[in-house]
Design a protein around this ligand. Structure first.
Ligand code: ZN
Length: 138
């Protein structure tokens, strides 16, 4: 699946976002190794803390759907931003937990701009399970 196809699915998922407070809708689309796409959107909450980002929604949904952690092939994220959208720090930490460091991440905005990066590049020096074991960083 091409980046543009994944971004289009993320754009469609964005329309489902529940954002009564910020009105800042974000969509994501996560491609797994079976070729299935798991969609995510941000879901806000009046208490703010329980709010969930689009990226984490897609990742958690994929795990709940039975996809294997670190088997994912690509993630697309889109929002109404001046530059291609940038994942928050919490999502970067969840990405490094559930995705391979070299997995491509496509960041887009509604103007059609696209930036491609990787999970590892989004969070250099990440705290991982290797740190829990006292081992070396991957
Ligand atoms: Zn986030």
């Amino acid at each position: 699946m091409e980046a543009r196809e994944l971004i289009e699915l993320a754009r469609q998922a964005r329309e489902r976002a529940y954002t009564p407070y910020s009105h800042f809708k974000v969509g994501s689309a996560l491609l797994d190794s079976e070729g299935h796409v798991h969609l995510g959107c941000n879901v806000e909450n009046a208490a703010f803390g329980p709010t969930n980002c689009a990226e984490r929604t897609a990742l958690h949904r994929a795990i709940a759907d039975g996809a294997a952690p670190r088997s994912f092939k690509a993630l697309a994220v889109i929002g109404d931003t001046a530059q291609p959208i940038s994942p928050c720090g919490v999502c970067r930490q969840v990405l490094i937990e559930l995705c391979a460091p070299d997995m491509p991440v496509y960041l887009a905005n509604l103007q059609g701009e696209l930036a491609q990066t990787t999970v590892g590049a989004l969070l250099p020096g990440a705290f991982t399970s290797h740190d829990l074991d006292g081992g070396q960083r991957n």
